[in-house]
Design a protein around this ligand. Structure first.
Ligand SMILES: NC(=O)c1ccc[n+]([C@@H]2O[C@H](COP(=O)([O-])OP(=O)(O)OC[C@H]3O[C@@H](n4cnc5c(N)ncnc54)[C@H](OP(=O)(O)O)[C@@H]3O)[C@@H](O)[C@H]2O)c1
Length: 345
């Protein structure tokens, strides 16, 4: 139990090791919402918040070339120019991704492309936008079923050899693909959705990362905001917000899923914490190799989220959460059939 969950500024964040050697804060920061998917954002406020992220001791920032068609990487590039000393001293690690190509006016509006030429051109573009010589962690955002993972890993290993990327990561891959990839070149991190309401990875994929010494970067660890308890109505969301069309946030699914939050709310009240902190604390307790990367555009939420690192839940409470929020209990798929998909290869 803690009484300091809302005042994380003074507390150093614990460190976790990703793969064999990448040391990062136990909670990273997801920058996606600063460019796209959750409604409008403001660049000046985003840069200010990124500085606060660094000041609060977060050392892993997550982006992708996809987010805002390069806008998110440009923002981080601008921020890094102002934080060169910290960055050069190794106090900030930037993870970005490639492999989803945006089509103009196409249906669907994106396609997966893992051709070596495309990966190489994306890497060069990301290096420029981020304004760095080497990307600390470079993920394939979605695996291309048309290209053997071995060929993709050969390409990424080449980028490591050339010093353009330091570590390799994959997103949303099956245990089989992860094992095959790791045999060609060490995979430092797997990034996949994981939270109290997205637990499919627990059967095979999470244990596999633990057996192979691969870091597990848990994306959407707050269930895209749902697990904070602040989001109760989809129709109040901004036009174009991704969640307006996400099955879990729709009609009867949403009504049903909201009831599942009652246990979290009661527990949070008992600990003097918030439901979001309980959700992040539960995630951190699922394995030492897990680094959640909650995203926000607001300073108050950032402080609250980082406060989760100071919270300790009793094992009986961790178990109660696991029993309440089972994959069967949650209604609605993680992605709509038209949206970017989850584990696909
Ligand atoms: N590899 C992939 O395919 C993939 C997919 C999705 C995301 N990601 C990465 O994972 C990161 C995090 O995931 P995410 O942003 O989708 O979901 P998330 O971190 O689970 O939730 C973000 C949402 O929760 C809200 N929020 C954050 N902290 C809150 C708090 N304390 N109280 C109330 N609301 C709060 C945010 O609101 P505000 O924005 O209004 O502050 C935002 O709408 C992304 O930024 C991105 O880097 C990767």
């Amino acid at each position: 139990m803690t009484n300091d969950t809302n005042n994380s500024a003074a507390q150093a964040l614990p460190v976790r090791i990703i793969g064999s050697s990448l040391a990062v804060s136990a909670l990273g920061f997801g920058a996606m919402g600063m460019s796209e998917f959750y409604g409008p954002s403001d660049d000046i406020a985003s840069i200010k918040l990124l500085h606060e992220v660094a000041e609060r001791g977060v050392t892993l920032i997550d982006t992708a070339d996809l987010y805002g068609r390069g806008h998110n990487e440009l923002l981080i590039g601008e921020f890094l120019r102002a934080r060169r000393t910290l960055y050069n001293a190794g106090g900030l690690k930037i993870a970005t991704k490639c492999g989803i190509e945006r089509t103009t006016g196409g249906t669907p509006p994106r396609r997966i492309n893992n051709s070596p030429e495309y990966i190489r051109s994306c890497c060069e573009a990301s290096l420029k936008r981020l304004d760095v010589d080497c990307i600390d962690l470079y993920y394939i955002h979605r695996v291309d079923p048309a290209i053997p993972i071995e060929d993709t890993m050969d390409c990424l290993a080449g980028l490591v050899q050339e010093g353009k990327i330091a570590q390799v990561g994959l997103c949303e891959v099956s245990a089989n693909t992860l094992g095959r990839a790791h045999r060609i070149h060490p995979v430092a991190a797997l990034q996949t959705e994981y939270s109290l309401w997205s637990r499919e990875v627990e059967d095979e994929i999470l244990p596999m990362t633990q057996a192979l010494g691969i870091g597990f970067i848990a994306y959407s660890p707050l269930g895209r905001g749902f697990l904070t308890g602040c989001l109760t109505q989809t129709d109040t969301l901004a036009e174009g917000d991704f969640r307006r069309a996400n099955p879990r946030f729709q009609g009867d699914n949403m009504i049903h899923n909201l009831i599942l939050l009652d246990t979290m709310r009661d527990m949070a009240a008992r600990y003097g914490a918030t439901p979001g902190q309980v959700a992040l604390c539960w995630l951190l307790a699922q394995g030492d190799n897990i680094v959640p990367i909650p995203g926000t555009r607001r300073s108050a939420y950032l402080a609250e989220n980082l406060g989760a690192a100071s919270l300790t839940l009793a094992s009986a409470d961790l178990a109660l959460l696991s029993e309440t929020m089972t994959p069967h209990a949650v209604h609605g798929a993680r992605y709509s059939s038209e949206g970017m998909q989850g584990i696909n290869a």
